[in-house]
Design a protein around this ligand. Sequence first.
Ligand SMILES: Cc1ncc(COP(=O)(O)O)c(C=O)c1O
Length: 485
Amino acid sequence: MSNNQLLQKIQHSFIGKDTDYPTLDGNIGPRRYLDSAASTLMMGPAFEVAREFLSHYASTHSKLHYAAKGASEAYDWAHQSVLKFVGADDSYNCYFTGSGATAGFNRISTELANQRPDRNIVLVSEMEHHSNDLPHRAHSEVVHIPAMGEGAAYGGIDIEVVRSLIDQHGENINYIAVTGASNVTGALTPIHEIAQLAHSVGAYILVDASQMIAHAPVSMINATFDDSDIDALVFSGHKIYAPGSPGAVIAKSSLLESTSPCELGGGMVTDVYLEKYMMSEVLPDREEAGTPNIVGAITLGAVLEVLMRIGMDAIREKEIPLIDMLWKELSAIEEVNLYGPAPDDVPRTGTMTFNIKGFDHGLTAAALNDYHNIQVRNGCFCAHPYVREMLKRELWDMDIDPNALNAEADIERKRGMARASLGLYTTEDDLLALVEAIKDLIARKDEIHSSYVPEGSNGYRHRDYAPDKSAIFDPLVALEKALQG
Ligand SMILES: Cc1ncc(COP(=O)(O)O)c(C=O)c1O
């Protein structure tokens, strides 16, 4: 099967892509899932691998029966798949973390801070998700790297700005933490150029690949710039078609060997006495205390294997025209504000944030769902400083203090955006449907405003319409069905 044939087959394999939901007009039909930056749908063949594994399930901590041997080998294979996927050579190792990328950032920030307490500064970009900002603040002095541009177009990293911060803080910098791609605007970061600058003062680079991993080729090693290897990289498996899988940390083995693991327990020690214990020297065991999420890791390994067969370059090439088309179509609508740098100025992944003038972001997301069966995210996407910066001007226009902490619900409802994000299963038709839906909401502005009431800090609900409960997943209903089936 050619790469292209495999890609087409996989695009139709995603579980839940066409699940039916009701709409306000009384119809029921397949949803359009445009919320992949939050979590992607499950790739069918990877789910099948997990299901097959479950018929052989055993703990990797048991050693001698056949099922345990199979599980241990498969779990090891999952680590190897991750390393291969990110182009890591023998100098790297990889460990899985319990709960997504967030756990990885908490772990690695503690380890790096403990390793070099004399270097107390961490440079963190202003575009970061809180997961790649707050853990560093807990241990170090964080200096934020401003992005390029201003107002709604704010985004993307200017390498000269990084250079000047490096000149300023020099060898006090322990590491630089940057996102590979923003979860708000999809703006891609020149990670290897930043790595080279970091290394010039002996600092490390830590990359958040959560939003990049499913959309663009990622390589720990780069031949173009000298001394530009990535020291550590973190991502979540649920953002790359393996919901229920762990987070992954890939790091230079030398770095992990010289730090003390921050999670202790079974599986990462060689011996324990009442008064002392000896940690394993073996990676990744020493970083993986407790019984791991074996099923999730194997699912992730299977996804990565499929994506390697298709080729991440081919996937990126397929996404670029969709991004360009969506940007062009939305830019042409006068009542739409688009955020982040234009794709021609800074390359982006398929994540598009927007507001419809006169609509709060929650109203847009609710109405897209209720009227058009289009599922998008809204809010500040756990990247408050970045979103606040892009919205500053709009909020000033509205006479709302954009820096107000403890914001009132009214401010929360204004401070944010709607976000449409793409996955491998997203078609041009899905995006054109979004564009038409936005035009429809604009045309129905008065009707929509009078039909919805605010709910919670950033939501809206229709006054009269509520979907039949049976349309929405209920674990007990699913259980009854399974018990009867
Ligand atoms: C860029 C980025 N980093 C980190 C995270 C945190 O990932 P998780 O919630 O899986 O820990 C997210 C999740 O939205 C993200 O988009």
